[in-house]
Design a protein around this ligand. Structure first.
Ligand code: 5GP
Ligand code: MG
Length: 178
């Protein structure tokens, strides 16, 4: 797997240190009371597992499966909710976790839906945010790392379903994607 990586962008140690800080910020900023955490599958799995174990408070953890279609047939972009049941969030503070903020469509759509479902407030945290113009006016409340506008894998992020279990964030060799 390491052979397919052109360059490591953020190594494991750096990610772990950053997660300590993010978890402390989250712990400090959230009001007392129940907090529902929503993990966007599958990309946010690794980030969520490592971040949430650093947050010493009572959490209710839920997962959501969404599919986003960028460009291609659907030029406006669309986000589909794939689960039969939506987590109960009415009156709750919600912390929404995703792997990466790119066009912003996913976070925007899920946040809107959570508010429609009656969430008291929706806060968002992402491991990575691409430094670019977003299709949707959305930013994350907690960002692990700002990165350039390039395709990355590892630490939950995949290419064709692979590389999610790399312990770091990296860029694939051109020979892998071409
Ligand atoms: P957005 O809706 O913000 O455009 O995109 C969010 C989703 O697109 C992420 O959850 C992720 O699945 C995918 N994505 C965006 N950029 C990258 C990237 O650089 N690498 C990988 N592996 N997935 C990405
Ligand atoms: Mg994803």
């Amino acid at each position: 797997m390491r052979n397919d990586i052109e360059r490591v962008l953020i190594d494991e140690e750096v990610i772990e240190k950053r997660l300590d800080t993010m978890a402390a910020e989250i712990e400090r900023n959230f009001p007392e009371g129940p907090l529902v955490v929503i993990i966007l599958l599958k990309g946010a799995l690794v980030f969520a597992a490592d971040l949430l174990r650093r947050v010493p408070r009572v959490l209710e953890i839920e997962c959501l499966n969404v599919a986003s279609y960028h460009g291609g047939v659907e030029s406006s972009g669309r986000v589909d909710f794939l689960d039969r049941h939506f987590p109960e969030v009415r009156g709750h503070h919600v912390l929404l976790l995703d792997d990466i903020l790119d066009t912003g469509r996913t976070l925007h759509a899920v946040k809107e839906r959570l508010l429609e479902e009656g969430a008291e407030a929706v806060h968002t945290a992402v491991l990575l945010a691409k430094d670019k113009q977003r299709a949707e006016e959305v930013s994350a409340d907690y960002v692990g790392f700002e990165i350039g506008d390039e395709f990355v894998v590892g630490y939950g992020l995949d290419y064709q379903g692979k590389y999610r279990n790399l312990p770091y964030v990296g860029v694939l060799k051109l020979s892998v994607t071409h």
